[in-house]
Write a protein that binds this ligand. Structure first.
Ligand code: NAP
Length: 220
């Protein structure tokens, strides 16, 4: 499996969980990182199209069973009053555009793989139906980026149907990471284990769906 944003948080946990389960893991990081277990590291800044293209060249011909688009940033959280155009575009670039570019770049790798799954780590905060029900944080850029990522999931599921590639949007819960903060109510190990269970059990019938780490279906 290949995962982005693996230096810390959920990405690091997922990389180590898959490695512990015997998978070959390619962990993509933009800086330095260290892992427990047998994990290959690749350099990748998902905000840089040249970096994505370079990754594609480096792993050309390598089968990728599962691609997990995990790298993400939250951006400005202040709401409309502090909305900044450059910040907004950067969040969109990392959270919504990069997963699309990676899906396109690694399509041949996925076709060589046995599982053929793309898991986009989204967020319930980007759900039009549920995202603001119990959460009034500002997060304009983050919410818009995850809503865009959800549409990317649905559109990729349509385009990749003929290839037998399953595409999922997954909500990891409110997770105790640098992004989630100390108040979060889900341990990173719990979230990663739940996400892995969903990913490992997914098939084409699940393609284009939005699920939480605990298995619940989330409304778009
Ligand atoms: N934590 C939550 O409560 C929560 C809730 C819903 C969804 N999510 C989603 O879950 C995913 C993981 O979040 P997390 O909580 O683990 O966040 P985190 O602890 O802040 O970690 C974010 C990861 O993304 C990487 N990253 C950021 N920008 C990057 C770039 N341009 N290129 C490559 N890597 C980049 C970071 O690398 P560096 O170390 O180099 O910065 C880091 O490894 C994100 O997509 C997030 O939106 C999280």
């Amino acid at each position: 499996m290949l995962i982005t944003g693996a230096s810390r948080g959920l990405g690091r946990e997922l990389a180590q969980l898959y490695a512990a389960d015997g998978w070959r893991v390619i962990a993509c990081v933009r800086g330095q990182a260290s892992f427990d277990g047998n994990i290959e590291m690749q350099s990748l800044d998902v905000s840089d199209t040249a970096s994505i293209a370079a990754l594609g060249r480096t792993i050309e011909g390598v089968a990728v069973d599962v691609l997990i688009n995990n790298a993400g940033i939250r951006g400005d959280t202040g709401g409309l009053a502090t909305l900044d155009g450059d910040d907004f575009v950067e969040v969109m670039r990392i959270n919504a555009l990069a997963p699309l570019l990676l899906a396109r770049t690694l399509r041949a790798n996925l076709l060589s793989g046995a599982h053929r799954i793309i898991a986009n780590i989204s967020s319930r905060a980007g759900s039009l139906a549920e995202g603001t029900l119990d959460d009034d944080d500002g997060d304009y850029a983050y919410r818009c980026s995850k809503a865009a990522l959800n549409m990317a999931t649905v559109k990729l599921a349509q385009d990749f149907h003929m290839d037998g590639i399953t595409v999922l949007s997954l909500h990891p819960g409110w997770v105790k990471t640098d992004m989630g903060g100390d108040e979060a109510n889900v341990a990173v190990a719990t979230s990663a284990a739940g996400l892995k269970t969903i990913i490992d059990g997914a098939d084409m019938a699940d393609s284009g769906s939005f699920r939480s780490y605990d298995g619940r279906r989330i409304s778009w």
